[in-house]
Design a binder for this molecule. Structure first.
Ligand code: NDP
Length: 475
């Protein structure tokens, strides 16, 4: 069992101390080894409530035209009972199960059987076989980066079907939205449970497994760092990108088709949501190699948080704006449209440029220009669990000199734009910005904790040089 092969598992107490002591810091900068009561409480709350939160939002749209208070008011006033709401909820169907199986199988095939060819003809695109970051155990994994190709082929097929083949209606996703939710849940729970069992009994890299002794924490946050089947099927890369993110744009297209079917036209708000979110999705796949260096891949282990989250939370809650617009076909005034577009594009610009600056800086080892000048650098070092010392650099110029996570600010501006595109009629489409604000603030604190453990005093020098996390002068 992998737990037995853990070398020198350090105690979590020392995680909090910011130190560069060489032996004490070995391998401590990954996920926690022990769980505090607050984390445990949050985890149990999420395990119990997250599936119901998703159900509540989707059901509120289906039965109450997206009025979030509708079900609560009906139950409180006795107009409906929980059993009435449940009885009106569509069950899983054979058609949905077949569709979902076909969809996931198609994405698995695109991922495993089609080596990337896009990098051969798209200038500036980095695909094919690429290396990830050094893991806490000191391993460097190789990845087959072919997400852009999978996204292009899937969408090509979608448009070919819509305009030529007519194998299925473009509203198919909307029409089976709740039955598909049950299928997504089955896959989400199956893959998380499989990952847990695999972590205990046949891990890909035993040195990169972490066990806290708490079943719920292990299940939620994962045991294995980079579970794989065979050489190339990487769970994290597959589940986050596809079926989750490839599906995002298809779901939006299906919602637009449904809006046209029901209301005779597609509103400018629906077009805005489709376009702004498509930019974000295409950006993700264009920069999939960069994604290997983000927290999801470099820090998080693969458990329910990523497995179920990628199968259910992401496709169902990140697409709420499009779903809302099917029920409320908002048509925006020209100034409103331009304002939302501008906010979305400026947010995207900050998000992309900030992420690009860090990526360029790390790829060139600081030998690049940031905003036309040689970048300011903090030299830093850290140790992996194999005892090896590695050297790295922190960027203090560009957006990384404005605040320590200004890339999140751009992301938040873009998220707000999607919500504002839906007008002010209901709260439901604003869930996304509330969620993203919580997610990214928590992520910011999580990352700072990790970086402090990893880099010790070098990180303190960075926080002294760039004192704010998100917004200069505020936080
Ligand atoms: P970052 O891209 O900010 O990566 C943080 C890591 O970058 C740190 O752990 C550290 O890693 C390194 N780093 C930190 N400061 C510096 C610096 N000054 N110079 C060089 N390297 C530095 O975070 P995420 O991975 O969370 O996010 C990536 C993007 O994805 C963000 O733009 C975020 O908004 C977006 N995102 C979107 C989500 C969504 O659901 N829509 C969810 C999560 C993220 P190292 O160990 O390499 O030093």
């Amino acid at each position: 069992m992998a737990a037995k092969s853990q070398p020198n598992i350090p105690k979590a107490k020392s995680l909090d101390s910011v130190t560069n002591d060489r032996t004490a810091s070995q391998g401590q900068w990954g996920r926690a080894w022990e769980v505090d009561w607050f984390s445990l409480g949050s985890i149990i709350f999420l395990l119990l409530c997250a599936p119901f939160i998703v159900y509540y939002f989707i059901m509120a749209c289906d039965q109450y035209s997206c009025a979030l208070t509708g079900p609560v008011v009906d139950i409180a006033t006795g107009r409906a009972r929980l059993s009435d709401i449940w009885a009106k909820t569509p069950p899983i169907t054979r058609k949905a199960a077949q569709l979902y199986t076909l969809w996931v199988t198609f994405q698995v095939l695109l991922y495993t059987s089609l080596p990337d060819f896009c990098h051969k003809f798209l200038p500036g695109y980095v695909g094919g076989i690429q290396e990830g970051a050094v893991t806490p155990a000191g391993v460097v994994n190789k990845y087959q980066i072919n997400g852009l190709q999978a996204w292009l082929l899937t969408h090509l097929l979608w448009f070919a079907n819509a305009h030529l083949l007519s194998w299925f209606s473009p509203t198919i996703i909307f029409d089976n939205w709740i039955p598909l939710l049950w299928c997504a849940n089955i896959l989400g729970y199956a893959v998380s449970t499989f990952a847990m069992v695999k972590g205990y009994f046949f891990p890909t890299s035993a040195r990169d497994c972490k066990f806290t002794g708490n079943f719920f924490y292990n299940y939620m946050m994962g045991v294995e760092f980079n579970p794989r089947i065979g050489k190339w099927f990487d769970f994290k890369l597959f589940f986050n990108g596809r079926p989750g993110i490839v599906a995002w744009t298809l779901i939006n297209l299906s919602f637009a088709a449904k809006q046209r079917e029901l209301h005779g036209h597609v509103t400018n708000a629906m077009v805005l949501v489709n376009v702004l979110q498509a930019i974000y999705v295409i950006d993700f796949f264009w920069n999939e190699t960069w994604y290997l260096k983000t927290i999801d891949i470099c820090h998080d282990h693969f458990g329910w948080y990523l497995g179920w989250g990628d199968c259910v939370w992401l496709p169902y809650l990140y697409t709420l704006q499009g779903l809302y617009l099917v029920y409320h076909p908002v048509q925006l005034s020209t100034p409103h449209t331009m304002g939302v577009l501008l906010l979305g594009l400026v947010g995207y610009y900050i998000f992309r440029v900030a992420n690009h600056q860090k990526d360029l800086f790390r790829r060139t080892d600081g030998r690049c220009l940031i905003w036309g000048k040689k970048p300011k650098v903090i030299e830093c070092s850290y140790m992996s669990a194999d005892g090896q010392r590695h050297h790295s650099k922190l960027l203090v110029s560009g957006f990384w000199g404005v605040a320590r996570h200004f890339n999140y600010v751009g992301d938040l501006m873009g998220s707000l734009a999607y919500c504002l595109a839906c007008g002010g009629g209901h709260l439901l489409p604003y869930f996304y910005i509330i969620y993203m604000a919580i997610l990214l603030t928590h992520r910011c604190l999580r990352d700072e904790h990790r970086c402090a453990s990893k880099y010790g005093r070098d990180w303190e020098r960075y926080t002294a040089a760039v004192p704010y996390r998100l917004l200069p002068g505020i936080f």
